[in-house]
Ligand binder design. Sequence first.
Ligand SMILES: [Zn+2]
Ligand SMILES: [Zn+2]
Length: 269
Amino acid sequence: MTPGQHGGTDDGVLERDDHTCRRCGTTADEDPRGLRRYPVGEPALDGPVHESALVTVCSGCYDALCEPPSGEGVTDAATLFDHVKTTTEREGVTVSAVAAFASLVTGVPDAIESADDPDTDSIGEIGAEYRQARREVLLAIDSVDASLEPLHDVDHDALEPSVADALGEFTGTTTKLQSELRGIVALGETVVAGLDRCPGCFDPLVPGNDRCAVCGLEPRDTSDWEDADGTVAFESLYDAINETLQTASNTTEALTERTTAVAEQLRDA
Ligand SMILES: [Zn+2]
Ligand SMILES: [Zn+2]
């Protein structure tokens, strides 16, 4: 991804997002270089990215996401702690966004069912809420990945062994939590796929298509969650979402301890 690739405003993404960075709240007036559109998820590689997979971010956040600073050669305690602190803060935002996404998505099947006419505005509203929650969660997950990048580059041999150990535990726990959070998002997308809707843009899926005809996203495989009659067992999916949320909550607690341990090691270093 090169900066500027998604710089246009032709599809109303910025307007939809109130001309405000969805990562830090910077508005168009406050961003001298101009707001950008950042792609989330796995949109089709050819052709323009569908608006359901584009999020408004400010130019600073765009750079932080697409070109995070390198951690190569960094041994300085203050800089290392800064990266750890940013990552922990970003992970806090992400955990909340995932919990919100999970709560929203587990209500979608009932919400769809109680909307009497499939073409009513209420379905449109459910779709808009779902797309927004999904974008926020994917953006938050990418933000943590970006703030982890410099920590992955750090040469552990150049650090005090106790600092290197504490840092290794911290990045390991964050990486584990990231994978659990991604798992919850994938399960949530499977709920939507189980409703025969695209997990990206929420449009009804055309059976037999390799990719969504609207946004180009590949469909999610629901076969692991189907009953003998081929219908998706939503209750099992909800159980899996809740179990993974519980696991992620334990990992979040462990991460808090790891953060404290790194802080103590860096202070003594
Ligand atoms: Zn921003
Ligand atoms: Zn789609």
